[in-house]
Design a protein around this ligand. Sequence first.
Ligand code: SF4
Length: 311
Amino acid sequence: MKNDIKIYLAAPRGFCAGVDRAIEIVKKTLEKYGSPVYVRHEIVHNKNVVESLKKLGAIFVEEISEISDFSRPVIFSAHGVPKAVPEQAKLKKIFYIDATCPLVSKVHRETEQLFKKGFDIVLIGHKNHPEVIGTMGQLPNGSIKLVENLRDIENLKFSKSVAYVTQTTLSVDDTKEIIDALKKKFPDIKGPIKEDICYATTNRQSAVKRIAPDCEMFFVIGSRNSSNSARLVEVAKKSGCKHSELIFYGKKVPIDKIKNCKIIGLSSGASAPEELVQNFINEIKQKMNVSIEEVITANEKVVFKLPKELN
Ligand code: SF4
């Protein structure tokens, strides 16, 4: 006889407007310009998405220097790129389309404006994440100080006015702690008018926070290199569900552990297709009687326009 299990399904979850737009840009570019089309870096951090686009004719490279056919278009990923990247493409006369999420571009513009106004700039974010590399690369080397945690603030010294911006996919709560500490050390520090952590990150974390305290285990479908997915696992743990884990590409559903539970929670990162969530549920259904309750904490209606090259 099958055991009963209830799944609290977080909503919103999965694809955000920036990810939808980036994937659509690759598909539309293939339609309009034919294949192959180069994509610099994973268009969004999800292996399933990357593999399906490869099948349509996308070639993924990490750098412009890896492109062998300059007559083909190249697309920059949703995470954004340093200024040097489009400059490199122009030098090689490669036609490019920028799939940077408009909310990441907003942070790029903020950073440039602050620099022009003479501010010293702090970026709160994770070292080596492509979005952080892209944001730091909007300004000359060394113009932005990266702060990853509270410890990094101890060594900060500035001789002029200081301002901060943040990565878009951070933990809302951890970032608040860092911002509070920055404000304590630099009382006049200037922040963004509107929060840099994006609506999708904020909404997905709120939904997880609502559900996780009532769950014996919590699962987040997403890739290991997806910042917002990793944050969702942390948020679930901090909200009281210690057994929270990421279900990444190739990882088996831990059905033996799930079989001992009555209630589990489920969400997915902003770059994870809904199909993966449904596959996860279907695997559990083979072994257990599943009832699903979708817990909706926000309705998202954000849609971003495609770049002019594709209109
Ligand atoms: S997670 Fe936020 S910043 Fe990143 S692509 Fe989605 S909407 Fe844009």
